[in-house]
Design a protein around this ligand. Structure first.
Ligand SMILES: Nc1ncnc2c1ncn2[C@@H]1O[C@H](COP(=O)(O)OP(=O)(O)OP(=O)(O)O)[C@@H](O)[C@H]1O
Ligand SMILES: [Mg+2]
Length: 237
């Protein structure tokens, strides 16, 4: 369970104060599939970064499975982040000089609980994601969709409960975007919580929960109808 209570994030730029998030109070249950939408600058990335413990709120509280993140040291927070969250980005963020397999193995090097056989585990993950025949390819030798699949495999290696994806389809054509969304939906059906930021209406409308931000505030939450079989749940408090 992710629980934000009255979370605020302020950036100061000289004498300029930007209230990037204001009064965000939100509960996200395990197994939720949530899209976050809103205009450029509305605070989507800021919210995702706080959810993923890449950043801390200015005020308010953020509990992860009832643990108060504000009581954690930076190292404690980093450990929680590595165990709980997997990240996927618009621009894939793969290491250009490492092949697909090596890119997936990299997080194991930082894991507090690496598997016995990292290479086999990474290979398995790439196979699951449909890239068994591309493991020796460098990122530059893969299509955008294939690179994003490598990035998803990398996000999965530590077996996180939650996948956080900031515009994961932003750099992809429609068909490839749909393939990536289908992979994320399948991971959700296997039990992962998936939270994506998206500009694209076609993507958002396929997500059971859609949260809309405007000027750093939650202005809308769309929930699934009765006949939707989605697990999880989102509540705006
Ligand atoms: N490091 C920073 N320093 C100062 N201001 C920032 C910083 N990061 C974000 N902001 C400001 O905070 C607000 C929210 O930014 P954020 O990146 O969360 O928006 P976004 O909804 O993700 O936008 P986009 O759709 O363009 O990615 C914006 O007004 C932005 O200019
Ligand atoms: Mg953003």
């Amino acid at each position: 369970m992710l629980f934000l209570n009255q979370v605020e994030k302020v950036y100061t730029n000289g004498s300029n104060r930007i209230e990037a998030l204001q009064e965000i109070s939100l509960k996200i249950s395990p197994h939720t599939f949530l899209a976050i939408q809103g205009k450029s600058g509305s605070g989507k990335t800021t919210l995702l970064n706080i959810l993923g413990c890449l950043d801390r709120p200015e005020s308010g509280t953020y509990l992860i499975d009832e643990e108060d993140t504000s009581l954690k040291s930076d190292n404690g927070l980093a450990a929680l982040r590595n165990n709980k969250f997997g990240f996927v980005f618009q621009s894939f963020n793969l290491m250009p000089r490492f092949n697909a397999l090596e890119n997936v193995i990299i997080p194991f090097l930082y894991s507090s609980n690496p598997p016995g056989k990292p290479k086999e585990a990474a290979q398995q993950m790439l196979t699951k994601i449909g890239l068994a025949d591309r493991i020796k390819h460098l990122p530059g030798e893969l299509s955008g969709g294939q690179q994003q699949r490598v990035a998803i495999a990398r996000a999965l290696v530590n077996n996180p409960d939650v996948i956080l994806a900031d515009e994961p389809t932003g750099a992809l054509d429609n068909q490839t975007s749909q393939e990536i969304l289908d992979i994320l939906a399948e991971l959700n059906s296997e039990g992962k919580t998936v939270i994506i930021v998206t500009h694209e209406k076609d993507i958002a409308k396929q997500c059971p929960y859609v949260l809309t931000l405007s000027d750093g505030r939650v202005v809308d939450l769309k929930k699934p109808g009765n006949n939707n079989l989605s697990n999880g749940g989102v509540t705006v408090l």
